[in-house]
Design a protein around this ligand. Structure first.
Ligand SMILES: Cc1cc2nc3c(=O)[nH]c(=O)nc-3n(C[C@H](O)[C@H](O)[C@H](O)COP(=O)(O)O)c2cc1C
Length: 277
């Protein structure tokens, strides 16, 4: 009875002339309802796909920064074959065993008080406010199973945004093997040049740390003079983007320092062999 009443009301509304206000409101409301149902259904059903795509994109970045990217390969399979994922406790610098590395979310952990620390202003050179206590690192063994490269996730504030990337180090834990950024909102043509392959190509071979483990690598203000005694730890500044460039230096110093991977890198010789766990 109620249904036939409502159906006849709809029919009655649809029979009205097109410029009748009641019909316009009815049609607009019905259209909004249909569209919102369609959009929310698409959002829910596509979420898993989006998460998988984002994970695969990160795996591709890790492979690329380690010099392993091979277009056409199945990213997941290639990643699992060539990369060993380990969880590091940043406070101790040790690996944590029996940790569900696949589902761990460092960004979420950094927001939660029991899995992160708050950084004091003088400590927070990367502008990240809180630092997760646990973080995944990616080990790349050579054909003999010896660790050849280590890929570390890094992030820090530029001029407008937090820049997320990966820093690859050679097995000595001091020489840079690559740097990449996969997420930021710096200005196209200025700060966004941090993703320019030519600029990033300056990093491999540069020294990240001095022999005492102190961070050295720095984005210069302007181009680097190859005769400069510091040239092995300087890369050219990005012109018109000094503030983003400073952000890159700061985030590298933070993550290479004592509150970042410093304790882990200091123990690398004892820890890095995959069979040592
Ligand atoms: C619209 C606009 C966008 C800018 N975006 C950036 C940026 O993404 N990164 C950056 O370092 N500087 C950016 N700047 C420039 C900075 O405000 C600042 O002038 C610059 O970092 C100084 O660098 P320079 O000494 O190399 O000129 C932008 C400026 C304007 C007007």
């Amino acid at each position: 009875m109620a249904e036939s009443l409502s159906t006849s009301t709809h029919k009655g509304l649809l029979a009205l002339p097109n410029d009748d206000k009641r019909k316009i409101i009815f049609v607009a409301t019905a259209l909004c309802l249909v569209c919102s149902v369609l959009v929310s259904t698409a959002a829910v059903t596509l979420r898993t796909l989006q998460e998988n795509n984002a994970q695969n994109a990160r795996k591709m970045e890790i492979l690329k920064v380690a010099g392993l990217h091979s277009p056409g390969e199945d990213v997941d399979a290639y990643f699992n074959q060539h990369v060993q994922t380990k969880m590091v406790d940043l406070n101790s610098g040790n690996y944590i065993e029996n940790f569900d590395v696949a589902t761990f979310d460092e960004r979420k952990a950094a927001r939660e008080h029991d899995s992160s620390i708050e950084l004091q202003a003088e400590q927070d050179i990367a502008g990240i406010k809180r630092r997760t206590n646990y973080v995944r690192v990616y080990l790349i063994p050579d054909q003999q199973g010896k660790i050849n490269k280590i890929v570390l996730p890094v992030h820090g504030y530029g001029l407008w945004s937090t820049m997320y990337g990966f820093l690859a180090l050679s097995a000595d834990g001091r020489t840079i093997a690559g740097l990449t950024f996969y997420e930021h909102a710096e200005t196209a043509g200025l700060g966004a040049e941090i993703t320019n392959a030519k600029w990033l190509a300056q990093f491999p071979g540069k020294q990240a740390l001095d022999p005492q483990g102190r961070p050295l690598i720095r984005v210069n203000k302007g181009p680097v003079n190859s005769d400069d005694t510091e040239a092995n730890y300087l890369v050219d500044g990005i012109s018109g983007a000094t503030l983003t460039s400073i952000g890159v230096t700061n985030l590298m110093h933070f993550w290479l320092g004592e509150l970042g991977f410093g304790p882990y890198l200091g123990k690398l010789n004892q820890l890095a062999q995959p069979n040592n766990g």
